[in-house]
Design a protein around this ligand. Structure first.
Ligand SMILES: O=c1[nH]cnc2c1ncn2[C@@H]1O[C@H](COP(=O)(O)OP(=O)(O)O)[C@@H](O)[C@H]1O
Ligand SMILES: [Ca+2]
Length: 522
């Protein structure tokens, strides 16, 4: 008798199917286990936080900054952030020249605040640096021994704090410019290489695209203080005509040729002193009508100490009065012409200059403008981002603000310190003049300037760059490390697993040959 053919082959087919089914089941289990292990076993370790303190001893006041970063990642870019800022009461340390022993104790309140922010177990290992800028540069020129005494007083106070004292010194204008440039580019993520982008877990697409755009670009830095101002940017001019303005950096495996210059006496407070010293050359009596102050505003100035300042001493004249009475006129145009005289464009020994015969290569790329550039423009509502205002809009706003009578301004902004409020008109016009007449920004590249106070949670300024450099946190070469972040690693594992499942499914479909495949429906 013939055995029915079908019954002999049927058990063979179903055993293959069984094996495939078991395989598929086991693979799925394996994939689930793989993902579970990846998620649980590869959790980042609890972070060990480090701290650093920098005091910015500026001409007008001192700020203390506390920074923190995860110890394991200190060579990565963009991991250090500001966690505290404390404004020291009273004047800048150069204001203690008549009582230097009081300069140090003035810092104590802010040091106390730093002690509360940083866990006490870490006080001893936390470095503290003090950098003094143009106020102390001027004091050193005027009275070197007074400057030394002030520095030794602040040094003594910092040494007696529980932190790791690393020095109190006057930084050069070049350093101030360079560290400001490093700070903003570090915070903007401009030093990030592709590998860091892959590691960045928190950045969204927008940030990623921004970083990609700026992979090969950096932002220039414009810093306006009370006593000096700095301009720093990457210049594409290969040979520099003025070596003292040229800096070379190798950061995260890339070379940067950076132009920088610091103009002493061109911070906004000293620029006002310079302007008044010029006005005093032509004044007929002790009454000075001043177009840079609001109509109705009056101020009295003591002449006796006025010309002791190195920024005004060249203009010293004998005057038959000891006090000068300033009366505001609120006239934009006259003030602008007045301020313009501070920028001497008459001689340039190079192919191009800013002013006073100082070399300036062609302006390049975006600029971050911070410190008083930001304070003043922010007060005037002229910091609009991401679409900066056009130059003519900026000019007309400042013109209108200067034309407002002082009584009206005072009433409208009664919460603002009179010292600042009375000078926003002058400062606004000075900023325009410095950028337009001094550096020759035009309406075409004005919008490349971005007025910024903070980047994420950190203030724009030289202090962060100073600390990064002194703690060796910016390596010349890109640090080696795990190429992927925890998030990217898990993501990749999931992706691989999905591919694996799809392949297995496909194999099963091929072997199983469901009817729809055989008929060519799928
Ligand atoms: O809130 C503010 N509004 C206007 N100006 C401000 C404000 N805070 C600080 N400033 C000014 O910013 C400038 C900061 O200069 P800084 O003290 O850093 O001098 P430096 O950098 O030349 O040594 C000073 O002119 C100070 O008056
Ligand atoms: Ca400053």
């Amino acid at each position: 008798m013939d055995e029915p053919k079908v019954t002999g082959t049927k058990p063979k087919m179903s055993s293959t199917r069984m094996i495939l089914l078991i395989l598929a089941f086991l693979s799925t289990l394996a994939v689930i286990a793989l993902i579970a292990v990846a998620v649980t076993q590869n959790q980042p370790l609890p972070e060990n936080i480090k701290y650093g303190i920098v005091l910015d001893a500026g001409s007008s006041h001192t700020n203390l900054y506390v920074y923190e970063w995860p110890a394991e990642k200190e060579n990565d870019t963009g991991v250090v952030k500001q966690v505290e800022v404390c404004k020291v009461e009273g004047p800048g340390i150069s204001g203690y020249s008549h009582a230097p022993e009081k300069a140090g104790p003035s810092l104590e309140q802010c040091l106390q605040q730093a002690k509360e922010v940083i866990p006490s177990a870490q006080h001893k290992e936390t470095p503290v640096y003090l950098g003094a800028t143009a106020g102390m540069r001027l004091l050193r020129l005027q009275n070197e021994s007074a400057a030394d005494k002030v520095l030794s007083s602040v040094g003594n106070t910092l040494r007696s704090a529980p932190f790791n004292f690393q020095g109190a010194r006057i930084i050069t204008g070049q350093e101030e410019g360079a560290y400001g440039w490093i700070t903003i580019n570090y915070l903007l993520g401009n030093f990030k290489q592709l590998i860091n982008l892959l590691r960045a877990e928190t950045s969204g697409w927008k940030k990623l695209l921004h970083s990609l755009k700026s992979l090969s670009e950096t932002s220039g830095a414009l810093d306006l203080g009370g006593a000096s101002t700095q301009i720093t940017f990457v210049s594409k001019e290969l040979t520099s005509e003025s070596p003292e303005n040229q800096l070379y950096f190798r950061l995260y495996g890339k070379d940067y040729q950076v132009y920088t210059h610091s103009f002493l006496c061109y911070g906004k407070d000293q620029a006002l002193q310079q302007k008044l010293a010029r006005d005093l050359q032509t004044v007929e009596n002790s009454l000075l009508p001043d177009p840079c102050f609001h109509k109705g505003y009056e101020r009295t100035i003591n002449i006796s100490d006025f010309f002791k300042n190195p920024c005004t001493s060249e203009k010293k004249t004998q005057l038959p009065f000891s006090q000068l009475y300033i009366k505001g006129e609120g006239d934009y145009q006259k003030c602008r012409e007045n301020i313009q005289n501070l920028f001497d464009k008459s001689n340039c020994p190079y192919s191009s200059c800013s002013f006073n015969g100082i070399y300036l290569p062609p302006l390049q790329g975006d600029f971050g403008a911070f410190s008083a550039f930001y304070f003043v423009m922010n007060f005037l509502n002229l910091t609009s981002e991401p679409n900066p205002l056009a130059l003519n809009k900026v000019t007309s706003t400042i013109e209108r603000f200067c034309a407002r009578p002082w009584q009206e301004v005072k009433t409208a902004y009664h919460h603002i310190k009179e010292k600042y409020l009375s000078e926003y008109c002058f400062s606004g016009i000075y900023i325009l003049s410095l950028l337009e007449n001094g550096y020759e920004f035009t309406e075409n590249n004005w919008q490349m300037i971005h007025f910024l106070g903070k980047i994420e949670s950190s203030d724009a300024g030289w202090t962060l760059g100073y600390m990064l450099n002194l703690t060796n946190m910016i390596p010349a070469e890109e640090p080696a490390g795990p190429p992927l972040s925890h998030g990217s690693y898990v993501g990749l594992m999931v992706l691989c697993s999905l591919v694996l499942v799809s392949v297995l499914l496909f194999a099963w479909l091929l072997l199983h040959k469901p009817k729809c495949l055989q008929k060519g429906i799928v």
